[in-house]
Ligand binder design. Sequence first.
Ligand code: CUA
Length: 201
Amino acid sequence: MLTRVHTGLDAVEGVWWKPAHKAEKIWVAIAFAWCMVLFAMMPLWHWKGGQNPSGQRTRVDAKAYYARTVTFASRYKVGDDRGIPIVQPPPGADVYLVGLTFQWYPILKLQQGKEYMLHISSLDVNHGFSLYPLNVNFAVVPTFDYALRVTPTAAGDFRIICNEFCGIGHHTMVGRVIVVDSTGRSVADNTGARIDHGGNP
Ligand code: CUA
């Protein structure tokens, strides 16, 4: 007796599968439609959501970027807070901020309602720029200069918190951005404020 050999390469003859149930077809259609909605939300949120600002990324040498930041800081230095210069660039200027273990350099003093080109980069490892208490977050990556057009909308004395684990001193990596109001007046001074951890005063 001759047995027909069937391999997986050949389709089985006849209708051997059960046709999809109507409900299954509906659910697949709904899932697909929802995928398309989520897919469209990404660009939509980018353009209309007021988030994910478009920045320019350029490759830089980490040490050269740091040197540029130091030059920028000495040029517009107006004060000092525990050894870190307070720097007040003119509106419209290119502003440089660098993250390094474990500090943000320098302290920026900006004017409310004025536009700046903010450059962010790191000297050593990845850091996270998180402007507290606002919901602003950026990855800070060495050898990449992330440039953003920013216009401070609120005056105050803000903190930059590192939100990317970068080493043993990660939790102490706190920077400062001072935004003066349109008359150039500081509306808050949190110089003495401390950020405590674990609820211990
Ligand atoms: Cu820098 Cu964590």
